[in-house]
Ligand binder design. Sequence first.
Ligand code: HEC
Length: 254
Amino acid sequence: MKKSLILLAGVLFPVMGWASGGGAMYPNDDISIDWSDKAAMQRGAALFSNYCLSCHSAGYSRYNRVGKDLGISDELMSENLIFTTDKYGEKTKVGSLMKVNMTGEYAEQAFGTAPPDLSLIARSRGTHWLYNYLRGFYLDDTRPMGVNNGVFPAVGMPHVLAELEGLKTAKKEMQDDGHGGQHEVIVGFEQVTQGSMTAEEYDQAVKDLVAFLDYLAEPYKETRQNVGTGVLIFLFFFLILAYLLKKEYWKDVH
Ligand code: HEC
């Protein structure tokens, strides 16, 4: 009885997760990350330290480790990507963890929720979600920050990339929710003020940023995949060898 219950839970939970994750989101565009494109990740790292690291930390990563992986020298890192100071007022060192100065309590007062650490966000939310979330902010004067989000409704985060993207309003429509009722869904955005980037440039910038977050969440991903391929190739040749050996041993038995 107990066993079958556990089995049932094992089958049901993933299905429930899938069902709840399938909620409507707008925008809902696909993204693919090119792990060999280190230049994109470098641009993403610059965006991250300029626009995100003031509120969010990436407390599992050190600046110089990121630099080493992405080919950014310690000097460049220190000059262009580090903007925080330590508790003595000195500039944060390249060997430090990527932490913010703001305290959790202060952030909670200012935004209603503390901005979460983003080290592993690409694994918990996925790159698809992140790509659309960062392109999903629209004007909404009922919200404390003046913006809402088509992917994360009633989000507490302001649209920090508005100077790049500009501001948009959402076009909404009533649609059947499939259970006999109606609900409001976003069907499009309308640009109201221009940012410093065109729509294509902004999409590319967000893609770079998400590529960087994806790297951050799993710095060993590339190594892991290469090792995996190597192991499979080894096993394949080992199989042939083992088979030949088996034939040799059993040759005289029959
Ligand atoms: C002004 C402070 C601030 C800045 C700057 C900021 N954020 Fe946020 N962010 C927040 C707050 C606050 C939340 C929590 C929102 C909530 O839960 O309602 C949040 C939430 C998020 C989430 C959702 C986390 C989750 O899974 O719940 C992501 C992803 C995120 N931010 C990414 C970014 C990125 C990428 C940048 C840089 C482009 C950035 N943020 C810059 C304040 C900020």
